[in-house]
Structures are given as C-alpha cells and as structure tokens.
Design a protein around this ligand. Structure first.
Ligand SMILES: Nc1ncnc2c1ncn2[C@@H]1O[C@H](COP(=O)(O)OP(=O)(O)OP(=O)(O)O)[C@@H](O)[C@H]1O
Length: 246
C-alpha cells in the first residue's frame, strides 16, 4: 500500500483551475521533491493531501483512508509556508511541538510524562533543546522550520508534507533540515517537500515531481532536472490550459 495516493484530482477555486487531474503515489521511506513555478498548485496539492481542500474530482487516500481522518489521527504532519503562520501568537517552541501530541491528548487531557518525553526527544533531534522555552516568533526562519519538523516527529507522523521549508533559511539550516528529512524517510516516513532550490534536489530527494497544475514529470531528480523538462515548467509560458495534453 502506498503512503499517499492522489488519483485524478482536480481542484478549482472559483474560476481558477489549481490542479488538473493530478495523479501521484508516494511510497513510505522516500523523499519526494515537488517543483513548480509560483501558482503551479504546490500548496493546493499539500492542502488536498491534508484534507483541508476538497477536490472537485478524483480521490486522495492516505495510508488507505480519507485524508481528513489521517490528519486528525496524526498520521499526516503538514508544515505550511512561513507566511501562512501567525508568528506573533504567544506560544513557546515547546508548546508548538506539544501540539503534535494533541491528537492523542484530546482537548481536555493534560500532557503526560510520555508526551513530555516525546517532545523532549523531538526537540533534541532537531537541535532546539536550548531554545525550547523561547517564543516561536523569536526564532530565526530555519529554527522555526525545525520546530515544525519537531512537531511532526513528536506526532510520529508517517506522512510529512513540507511547503518550502528552505525559503528564507541559511545553508546550514538547510543542511540540517535535509538531513532530518532523509533520516525520517529512512525511519519509514513518506516525505513530500516543495522547493525552489533545484541544485539541492538530488541531495534532498529520491524522486521528484514537476507540477504545472498537472504532473508534467514524476521521476528521478536527474530526470526532472533535464533542461527540456525544466523548460516545460519554468520556460516561456507553457500555456497549459484545461483539456490540453501535457
Ligand atoms: N484560496 C484561494 N482562492 C482563490 N485562488 C486560490 C486560492 N489559493 C490558491 N489560489 C490560486 O490557485 C493557484 C495555485 O495556487 P497554489 O498556492 O497552490 O500554488 P503554489 O504552487 O503553491 O504557489 P507558490 O509557489 O507561489 O506558493 C494560483 O493561481 C492561486 O492564485
């Protein structure tokens, strides 16, 4: 069974066609890079896999079940783009990571020792133990991203979705996050990560998807990076319209 199956998914916001019959399977133990121009539907794909956006057509299964169920059960961890997060919200790094345990906590139950231990381990793994009691808004871009990865670790998510985790992040943090994602995949997670950093794609990912409202290519990073493929996604306006063959 694939960790994630996206089958013929079309998503529209009013008149805007964001995803056009997208099909995609993600296997456990692999990192898949997601590449495409601004507006090509990357965030929409993440939200569809998370069950936050409903497809007009097609279906999504996460470990064989509906996406919203997987999200509520903690199977899926979603790290949104930085702009989508309210950094002024007065919570500590530790509290952010603890929200990864809330699926198992229920709304009223207080964290138990096992929850605190899981949070401590996750913080240690991403190298944020020393900053655990800082406000999340007081961290650098790279540290914030690591805090959200820690939340996914504390949650024991089997599917990790990261929307541009390298945006506004220095090279060192980028290396740390890449290493973490590779470790999480080696532990059996399925990881889907969008990036604009094409040069780092072969180090980051086992496979990659070139998206332009539809899947243009799904193959090895080398295949996705072939000049003819990049030209289709990034070159002159490829002018894909609904109904045209890819
Ligand atoms: N809530 C919304 N309402 C209307 N249109 C939307 C909404 N969200 C996204 N869109 C549109 O859907 C298309 C796909 O957007 P999406 O955010 O998925 O792309 P993206 O590849 O993640 O872009 P970026 O790289 O800029 O983050 C774009 O044309 C965008 O303007």
């Amino acid at each position: 069974m694939n960790a994630v199956e996206v089958d013929g998914v079309t998503v529209r916001y009013g008149d805007v066609l964001a995803l056009d019959r997208v099909s995609l399977a993600l296997g456990a133990g692999r990192v898949c890079g997601l590449v495409g121009v601004n507006g090509s539907g990357k965030s929409t794909l993440f939200k569809t896999i998370t069950g936050l956006v409903r497809p007009e057509r097609g279906a999504v299964r996460v470990r064989g079940g509906p996406p919203a169920l997987a999200r509520r059960g903690g199977t899926v961890a979603y790290v949104p783009q930085s702009e989508a997060v309210d950094w002024a919200f007065p919570v500590s790094v530790r509290e952010v990571v603890m929200t990864g345990r809330h699926g198992g906590l229920g709304l009223t139950r207080r964290p138990r020792r096992v929850d605190h231990e899981a949070v401590d381990r996750a913080l240690d793994r991403v190298g944020l133990t020393d900053l655990a009691d800082r406000r999340i808004g007081g961290l650098s871009g790279g540290q914030r991203k690591r805090a959200f990865v820690a939340r996914g670790i504390a949650q024991q998510a089997r599917v990790l979705l990261l929307d541009e985790p390298f945006a506004g992040v220095d090279k060192r943090s980028e290396g740390t996050i890449t290493r973490l994602l590779r470790e999480l995949a080696a532990d059996g997670a399925a990881v889907l990560v969008s990036t604009h950093d094409l040069r780092s794609l072969p180090d980051l990912a086992d496979e990659a998807v070139l998206l332009m409202r539809r899947v243009l290519v799904h193959g090895s990073p080398q295949e996705v990076l072939r000049p003819d493929n990049l030209a289709r996604a990034f070159g002159l306006d490829v002018g894909l319209r609904e109904g045209e063959p890819a």
